[in-house]
Design a protein around this ligand. Structure first.
Ligand code: AMP
Ligand code: MG
Length: 488
């Protein structure tokens, strides 16, 4: 499909006025195309030859709309840091509509598009820095096999936007199968709009939850909570296994279909530190790395509460009780793959826990350790494995490797096959904060090449790409724990 043939439809906006407000974007005066994402274009069925089409600058900044666009600000609320906030909604983003391709529907959401009735004191804008971080995060997570929203294109401008300092404004078109958050259901529940809530339950079930057609609202609501619980458990497990810290797991940042959603001060771990807090305004560590599964469950409780008009407390509790075992199961599966284990053994959890403890104490870089370990042959540690860990932990590592050796002997796979499988799940390239920083600084100077290079590497993070070795380097000490604020 040519870019000019893209036509949008509007199942969400068609739900009615209870769900948001029809409003047009406020375009930038001088939009400048920074990048288009060929993988997402392909997902939507847009011809790859359209990647350089100058029309992207206008489409990606609201100056021109896709055929049939009916921009719509969605209303939602949510719990932020545990406190209910009734004033939320799309304050700087608009749902443009959806595209169907190859049997799937994708919503386009223009972020940074100007003020809406839900902007409160905000300016409706997003800065280049946060837009690049969101753009890259979606690709990095997707590249690692983690559910995430993604972005179709990114557009910059010379429009000044004031945060801690004056920065420049940017927009991106976010793409997801749904932009409905836990907070959409909380809004309808707390404002007692039961009929609208019924409509939304039915719509989400119709689109995403199998075998719910024709069920009563109560049955659908229960099936929806089971579905979201399972998806969220898999999501939390994959964050923990791949070392991703979201940073702001408020219920308005939780996707009903289990995508990683709304990127703020997120971080991929450099050194393995379970207590890592990436958001410098998270003083209590509510959203620390190791807290994530617990917080996701807290958020699911809030969602369950919002569905309590339709589902009995017993049934809600039963759904939520599935969460912990689902996380454990999904996490164990991912960690086993990272360790190259195909069979399942009772002791695997202990083996993994012992390793994590020594990685923590040895201040080891999480991704690099697993990448080097991927070349392990029985009783022959690969070159550089010990260098990943502080010398104080070398004895502990030796001990752990003895256990690992014994465990590997009970595997049926040969080491060559195992090495290949491990390299395919332990990334060489991850989105480290210092790399994002480097790309942002270049983009600020008008050089978008580093951004495009990093985007491509993150889209195939398991490949060697020998010509881009520097992007896989260990972070400098100054590049670790860069404090990140919520302002975006
Ligand atoms: P976030 O921190 O991006 O998840 O946003 C939390 C809430 O604040 C949402 O309702 C956003 O729409 C709104 N918001 C964040 N930044 C802005 C902004 N610059 N202008 C208007 N609303 C905003
Ligand atoms: Mg948000």
């Amino acid at each position: 499909m040519k870019l000019s043939d893209v036509t949008l439809s509007h199942r969400y906006a068609n739900l009615g006025d209870a769900f948001g407000t029809r409003i047009d974007p406020t375009p930038f005066k001088h939009p400048q195309l920074i990048d288009t994402n060929p993988q997402v274009m392909q997902l939507l069925g847009i011809d790859p030859t359209e990647a350089e089409n100058p029309a992207w600058a206008e489409l990606g900044s609201g100056a021109k709309l896709f055929h049939g666009s009916r921009p719509f600000a969605m209303k939602y609320t949510g719990h932020q840091f545990g406190v209910y906030n009734p004033e939320l909604g799309d304050g700087r983003a608009l749902l443009l509509g959806e595209i169907e391709n190859a049997g799937r529907c994708w919503e386009l959401h223009l972020k940074g598009a100007g003020k809406t009735p839900y902007s409160r004191f905000g300016d409706g804008r997003a800065v280049l820095r946060s837009t690049i971080r969101e753009y890259l995060a979606g690709e990095a997570l997707h590249g690692l096999g983690i559910r995430s929203t993604r972005a179709l294109c990114i557009v910059g401008s010379d429009e000044p936007v004031t945060r801690e300092q004056v920065e420049s404004g940017a927009m991106l078109i976010r793409v997801a199968e749904s932009h409905v958050r836990f907070g959409h259901f909380e809004y309808l529940f707390y404002t007692k709009q039961l009929q609208a809530q019924q409509q939304l339950i039915s719509e989400i079930c119709h689109r995403f939850v199998p075998d719910t057609e024709g069920l009563s609202t109560g049955e659908q609501a229960e099936a929806l909570l089971r579905f979201t619980t399972r998806r969220s458990a898999e999501l939390a497990a994959s964050w923990q296994a791949e070392g991703f810290a979201h940073g702001v797991l408020n219920t308005d940042n939780m996707s009903i279909i289990g995508d990683t959603f709304d990127f703020g001060p997120y971080a991929f771990l450099d050194d393995y530190d379970p207590g890592f807090i990436c958001n410098h305004s998270d003083h209590t560590g509510r959203y620390a790395f190791e807290q994530q599964p617990g917080v996701v469950l807290w958020n699911l409780n809030a969602l369950a509460h919002a569905l309590s008009g339709f589902v009995s407390v017993e049934a809600l509790r039963d759904c939520l009780e599935q969460f912990q075992p689902q996380v454990t199961h999904a996490y164990a599966g991912r960690m086993r793959a990272k360790l190259g284990l195909i069979e399942e053994e009772d002791g695997d959890q202990g083996l993994c826990a012992d390793l994590l403890q020594l990685l923590h104490q040895g201040e080891a870089d999480y991704a690099r350790f697993f990448r080097v370990l991927s070349h392990y042959r029985c009783e022959r540690p690969p070159e550089g494995l010990h260098d990943c860990i502080a010398t104080s932990q070398h004895n502990a590592l030796e001990l752990w490797l003895e256990h690992y050796d014994r465990r590997l002997l009970r595997e049926k796979s040969d080491s060559r096959t195992r090495n290949r499988a491990m390299v395919a799940v332990n990334p060489k390239y991850i989105l480290r904060n210092y790399l994002a920083q480097k790309v942002i600084e270049a983009a600020g100077q008008g050089d978008y090449h580093p951004l495009r290079t990093l985007r491509k590497l993150l889209q195939s993070p398991f490949e060697e790409h020998p010509e881009h070795e520097t992007w896989a380097a260990a972070p400098p000490e100054s590049g670790k724990r860069i404090p990140l604020s919520c302002s975006s």
